[in-house]
Design a binder for this molecule. Structure first.
Ligand code: COA
Ligand code: AMP
Length: 628
């Protein structure tokens, strides 16, 4: 079956198609009810199936005789450490940790928050939770305590698992003071805190009372066997930015997701069992969950846990060194990583140092990929660079190319064609499908494919209002796009308050809330402007309260520090422009698009709804004196 035929089959005979795909994983009870509705009337897949994800990622391969295959390679240029773990070793560690969690009284359905760096223990903990039906929520290490508090209060974990430190190139980031602060601020009290001691820093003053040592827990615990869970049992929650300040907890199921992971590894990434797959991301993002842990392991691929950056660890050749040393067959990263390498090594000199003969395909996603980066990649690497599009919500690609079929055709600047199960359309604001080459809203006809979100944790109304009510019967992605006559889709960017900074999804409204909480600020707007390296970066445009006479530079410094303290360094807010007033419509809405276009130095039209045109000149004058 060829790609187009497979896609059509997935739409015309969806139940049969996904039942067939589901047979590629092992269930303890294969579902009879393939497609049904949940209590809110939202479509759900495989409702009466039963299985266990940890079993599929570990035990199944041991049963099949691959216990001695390397499952995980930890490569950490920032600490000079490398470790390899076979599936047998993975089972030993994961089942003992699961036993340890059980001994603390954790049971199926409880939640666990993980605030962990890029170490294999994070992957072990995710799989240990999955083994006994604990729903994990990994929080990205670059987020500040406040972000941890929001998640703790929303998902009410019984246990928080962390490590003593993260490493950002040469900087050690002690986690425990951050965790301690979050625990202090959260309303919901976590019962247990488990700490993995990395022995990278002096911990004496950082171990606070009542913590359990990760390694002791593993060493002292009896292995726990996996438990079978219902297909719709949540495997994990992953919070992501939306249009309001509060992050939303995307709920991932088990059975649909396991099916989608196996399907995408085989057909989209086109990788065979036993080969090495590397996603250079972070456990805290959707890519980290799907393509550093569950996808490669369910497909019996060796996965790489890389603790470093594309540059400076120690140089811009580090990706090529890892690919060569571990014989990586297929790699996945965000375009920003390639841009960072291209900037440091424009002639690709470092690439030539390595044997890259195993390296067959490069996948890119997370943000729009510019053609100049693709050109550089083609010139210096000479293997296909395949853009594809998805979201935390889907958990796996929605646009891409089924590279399993070798006749796939890349179209530059396009994120590919709809992946089986995702009937993607481009709508105008009234819900009419647009013709080819017209830009509109990217929507997907329900049901979404297996593995896409079950909803927002404990908040169906928010799920409905954020995704389902704009165009009844369709999921609204939040992205704009154009389709061409061949069915290729070109994603043009978010149409809401979400921005993408170095492949990290951030909310400008959340940043606005933080900026406005500065006592000198009367009101503000945060917009994402274009950046050569990170794709986008946020800029705050703020108005001070009457009577504030503080130096503008000082206010800027305080706001930058506040955003770093409340959201985290990853927000990358470095620029604040103080203005006398913000451009608004006559009904009082801030004209953010106008600000963004002006800051990008692009041509703009003054909206007819503006309440006072002279403000445009004021802003233009201000932009001239700001260095961005
Ligand atoms: N813990 C603590 N701090 C972190 C962190 C973490 N896990 N991750 C990032 N940060 C910090 C960085 O140190 C940086 O701090 P600084 O402002 O003090 O320098 C800040 O957050 C911004 O990080 P980032 O936007 O990643 O910028 P960078 O300059 O450190 O690196 C790239 C730029 C392009 C090299 C980097 O973003 C990268 O490798 N991206 C790859 C793509 C990727 O991982 N995408 C994720 C989804 S696929
Ligand atoms: P996240 O949920 O963090 O994976 O971010 C999802 C968002 O990233 C999407 O809604 C898009 O805005 C953006 N995105 C992801 N992949 C691409 C891509 N290939 N091209 C353009 N934008 C992308």
């Amino acid at each position: 079956m060829k790609a187009q035929q497979m896609f059509q089959e997935s739409i015309d005979n969806k139940e049969q198609f996904w039942a067939d795909q589901a047979r590629n994983i092992k269930w303890s009870a294969f579902p009879e009810n393939i497609l049904s509705e949940d209590e809110n009337g939202y479509p759900q897949w495989f409702a009466d199936g039963k299985l266990n994800m940890s079993y599929l990622c570990i035990d199944k391969h041991i049963e099949d005789g691959f216990g001695e295959q390397i499952a995980v390679i930890y490569d950490s240029p920032v600490t000079g450490k490398q470790q390899k773990f076979t599936f047998n070793q993975l089972k030993d560690e994961v089942s003992k940790l699961a036993g340890g969690l059980k001994s603390l009284g954790l049971e199926k359905g409880d939640t666990a928050v993980l605030y962990m760096p890029m170490i294999p223990q994070t992957l072990f903990t995710m799989l240990a939770c999955a083994r006994i039906g604990i729903i994990h929520n990994v929080v990205f290490g670059g987020f500040a305590p406040h972000e941890l508090v929001v998640r703790i209060d929303d998902c009410k974990p019984k246990v928080l698992i962390t490590a003593t430190a993260g490493v950002e190139i040469a900087r050690r980031i002690p986690y425990l003071p951050l965790v301690e602060k979050a625990i202090e601020l959260s309303q919901d009290k976590v019962e247990h805190i488990i700490v993995y001691n990395r022995q990278l820093i002096d911990n004496k003053h950082e171990y606070f009372e009542g913590t359990i040592d990760y390694q002791d827990l593993v060493n002292q615990s009896a292995p726990a066997d996996y438990v079978e869970v219902e297909s719709n049992h949540p495997l994990y929650l992953l919070y992501t930015s939306g249009t309001t300040g509060k992050p939303k907890g995307v709920v991932r199921d088990t059975g649909g997701y396991a099916t989608a992971m196996k399907f995408s590894m085989k057909y989209h990434y086109g990788i065979k069992e036993g080969e090495t797959f590397w996603a250079a991301s972070d456990f805290g993002w959707a890519v980290g969950h799907s393509y550093m842990v569950y996808g490669p392991l369910i497909n019996r691929n060796t996965t790489i846990v890389f603790e470093g950056k594309p540059v400076m660890t120690p140089d811009a050749g580090t990706f090529w060194r890892v690919i060569s040393e571990h014989k990586v067959n297929t790699m996945f990263t965000a375009p920003t990583a390639i841009r960072a390498i291209k900037k440091e090594d424009p002639n690709g000199d470092l690439i030539k140092k390595y044997d890259l003969s195993h390296y067959k395909k490069q996948f890119l996603a997370g943000e729009r990929c510019d053609v100049a980066t693709l050109d550089w990649f083609d010139e210096h690497l000479g293997i296909p660079a395949i853009d594809h599009w998805w979201q935390t919500e889907s958990g796996s690609p929605m646009l891409g190319l089924l590279t399993y079929f070798e006749d796939y055709q890349i179209k530059r600047a396009s994120a590919g064609k709809p992946i089986p199960g995702y009937e993607i359309m481009i709508f105008d604001e009234n819900g009419y499908e647009l013709d080819a080459h017209h830009e509109g809203f990217l929507v997907i006809k329900l049901p979404l494919a297996p593995g896409a979100l079950l909803g927002i944790w404990n908040d169906f109304p928010r799920f409905k209002s954020g995704y389902l009510s704009q165009f009844p019967g369709y999921y609204f992605s939040g992205d704009g796009a154009i389709k061409d006559e061949d069915g290729y889709v070109f994603v043009t960017g978010r149409v809401d308050d979400v921005i993408n900074v170095a492949g990290h999804r951030l909310s400008t409204s959340e940043m606005e809330e933080v900026v406005s909480s500065n006592p000198d600020i009367a009101e503000c707007a945060v917009v994402g402007i274009e950046d050569q390296l990170k794709g986008q970066i946020p800029v705050a445009i703020a108005v001070t309260k009457a009577g504030v006479s503080k130096d503008e530079k000082q206010i800027e410094k305080e706001i930058v520090a506040l955003v770093r303290e409340k959201i985290g360094a990853v927000a990358s807010l470095k620029n604040v422009m103080i203005v006398n007033r913000l451009p608004k419509t006559r009904s009082g809405k801030i004209l953010r698009k106008l600000l963004r276009t002006m800051l990008d130095g692009k041509e703009f039209q003054i909206p007819s709804t503006i309440d006072d045109e002279t403000i445009v000149e004021e802003i233009r004058e201000k932009i001239k004196i700001y260095p961005f």
